[in-house]
Design a protein around this ligand. Sequence first.
Ligand SMILES: Nc1ncnc2c1ncn2[C@@H]1O[C@H](COP(=O)(O)OP(=O)(O)OP(=O)(O)O)[C@@H](O)[C@H]1O
Ligand SMILES: [Mg+2]
Length: 608
Amino acid sequence: MIRPLPIGVINKIAAGEVVERPASVVKELVENAIDSGAGRIDIIIEKSGTKLIKIVDNGCGIDEEQIEIAFSRHATSKISSFDDLNQLLSYGFRGEALPSIASVSRLRMVSRTAAAASGTEIIFEGGVLHSKEPVAAPPGTVVEVENLFYNTPARRKFLKTETTEARHISRLATALAIGRCEIGFSLTMNNRKLFALTAGTSLTERVSELLGNNEPFLTVVGSAGSVTVAGCIGSPELAQNNRYGQFIFVNGRFIQSPTLSHALAAGYGELLPRGQFPVGALLLTVDPSEIDVNVHPAKTEVRLSREREIHDAICQLIQQTLRNAAIIPTFQTGQPAPLPPRSEAAPDTPDRTSQSSGLIPGVQPQKEFNRTAFEELCRTPSGRTDNDVLTARVDKETGEMLATDREPASKSAPAADLPEGLRLVGRFAELYLLVQWADDLYIIDQHTAHERVLYEEMLPLVERQSVSGQNLLFPVQVELTPEQWSIFEEAGDLLAGSGFTASAFGGRTVNIEAIPAILTRKPPEKTFRQIIDDLASMKKEGHDMKKAIAQSLACRAAVMAGDRLNDDEAVVLVSRLMACRDRYSCPHGRPTFVKITRYDLDRQFKRA
Ligand SMILES: Nc1ncnc2c1ncn2[C@@H]1O[C@H](COP(=O)(O)OP(=O)(O)OP(=O)(O)O)[C@@H](O)[C@H]1O
Ligand SMILES: [Mg+2]
């Protein structure tokens, strides 16, 4: 027997799509309140919404004779034909939210239009009309949802802990409030007021109050084709290890968009370490005909035409904003960073115990720093000796095959290149260069700084696949693990354009005949494996392979902690760093320097 389902069952099934969790109820009801033209909306929650969700608005209200219809399926005042979806400016359009919510809870609504003398109270229990009567009420609408999912035990059982559900609600309420600055919002949970925002605040005020503990945010404004973008983004220090701090809106609608989220993070680029995500809000305004809102039952996704273009434009806009703001990590006076436990010391930081015995892991203490790489750094592009065939010698201590030293192209730093007033005043721990510039002291990490300089040089070459290789006098063979082998197979062509001549040699062995010129002071076998490992981990995280190769080359070729630079070299390194496009961090997102201002120091010494 095929027969139509009873309407109550249909509503409960629809509720399964529309009302996934308490936060979805909050979303639907607040969106209705916004659609009603309210200037103020209060959200009151008890027991993460399972006991009570109450939304109060001062919007247009519903007429007594319309109120029951609002609870029937597919009844809406917002569209009347499918074509209206192309010009949609409201949140609602399906006419599904109220009947769905009413079918899985006990729902009471009191509503009054400005013109009516009194309001109407209507109560539903499990979707069944319980009562409807006139009551005294101010203009606007109050909806109270109690005992959510009481009649759908499976749904109730799958709710996460109270804290998780509460977190979803506060994130959602935050999003709704960011999306509509012209409306006053408050959120109260278990009698505690979490925020109360007056109507008409600026986006920056709202975002920094809601997301940044009142830290300053950077304002993003611009347009990308037919899309205009307004936004507020936090400094890299506010970044989090998840995406919960990101709020993206299209025409005021809070949406989840992996593409736009990616554009935001990509704009920060290397200012953020791996696994860190920026905090901020982006509000896109698009001609309504350019988006399709009807692709997801809960309307949390929209389809944008020309998404790729918008992605790239946003990414650039963010980059520009950050660059204009010249984000510099500043020295935190008053709260020195705790020393890491010894086992967690950064791999290239000299370990105290081994240092006292004269050994630094990975670095020969007496050995000179990577001169070849450094010369590469000092040399002007025209001075490159690209096709040099390298003669080799064997390092007596380590047995490593080393490139012979070549005469430096420029023996010392050309003074004219130096930023004015830049002066090396000292070194610390064989790693940090202390530089005075104007009135400020800069502490520069020589490894990350060099990495940045090399990366910016290498990236265009890797992208054009025109990195020059140096032939090794004696080819070397490297045995790879199966995982490394698969990376090698995949990235082989790109590596060939990046200065490596490496070919399969039977089994999982690779025969290396040439390596990029900047690596010639490093043992080729070990470096090659390291680079393959770098690529493997960057690939897992979805990085662009060419960028990954440039990053890895820069990292492996850069001077290490413990490599001693002479004064000229140090100054050249710093001035090259200062000429870099993104000088504040290495390609992995670690800072290249911190600045201590005169004022910071004066304050520390109680002079200011
Ligand atoms: N807070 C409110 N103030 C004024 N009218 C409201 C309010 N909430 C609901 N309504 C009216 O009830 C109707 C039904 O609401 P409902 O949320 O079920 O559907 P919708 O908002 O039209 O579409 P959607 O299912 O996409 O949300 C709305 O179209 C609107 O006319
Ligand atoms: Mg609605």
